[in-house]
Design a protein around this ligand. Sequence first.
Ligand code: NCD
Ligand code: ZN
Length: 344
Amino acid sequence: MTKTLTIRRPDDWHLHLRDGAMLRAVLPETTAHFARAIIMPNLFPPVVTFAQAQDYHARILAALPEGAEFTPLMALYLTEDTDPDDVAAAHASGLVHAVKLYPAGATTNSASGVANFDTIRAVLERMAEIGLPLCVHGEVTDDDIDIFDREAVFIDRVLDPIRQATPGLRVVMEHITTRNAVDYATAQDDTLGATITTHHLVINRNHILAGGIKPHYYCLPVAKREEHRLALRAAATSGDARFFLGTDSAPHTDANKLLPCGCAGCFTATNTMSILAHVFEEEQALERLEGFASLNGPAFYRLPVNETRLTLTKTPATFPSHIETEDGPVTVFDPGFVPNWTVV
Ligand code: NCD
Ligand code: ZN
């Protein structure tokens, strides 16, 4: 008999849906498997205010495929001018579940992010008071810091000082990519959580750079050495509730990926659950997939777990190499192996 695995329906705690034609094309890929997602606000222009989040929320609902049951959990883009009262009102409405901190210049559409961290003190204090999580893109942007060291340096220079200065602030270290981040997260209390992407469990920096440059594996934070990938796999499959799934599925058209200065992002919404089941089975931790994908995230965000279920069967998964959008094709992340599990 074919082996099956049934888990509570997963959520994606870090997702890029974009807008317009791209939103319409990628949203069904997520709603096919996921019940909820934290929607990243790095549109152009960014989703800064509660009013902008309401509008974006309405556009996502309007783009939902027929019959889809999916709840977008909105996040506000933190700027140096963000108003603490607006953030509090957004949170109180039940629509906004996080505020996202992008260091200015760290990644796609982060130009309006924060350069001077002293300017966001009042917002962070209000967030600590009301229990609203801060999602952090944890990379410094200094030219003199090597891109492979930017996460580790951020933890020491920015993240830890912010947390020390704002007791009680609930923080999610987004898309962690290093053993340093795993070690830091593991040593903290329950005000700290960390998301891990699917692709960072699969690729290391050789996948991007060895044997020819592979733009479709280029994302931020950039994948690191193999020892870091192994630390991420150990953390994700450990059962430690601090670690949960945030795919960081980040669609860009092939035309925008394959440029002299190509965009950062891996598009994994389509095959994430198959790849994760494969990885967790390899790590002999299939029974912990539900914790990582469906339980730990809701616990951190203080939301109920989903009542519906997702079932996978142990059959080799097949996926399209890309999805079509009105803006052009978007390549689906290629894990380099055929995942052993298929979502039914
Ligand atoms: C993201 C995007 O394209 O918006 N890209 C990425 O490589 N992850 C931005 C981000 O999350 O850093
Ligand atoms: Zn992201």
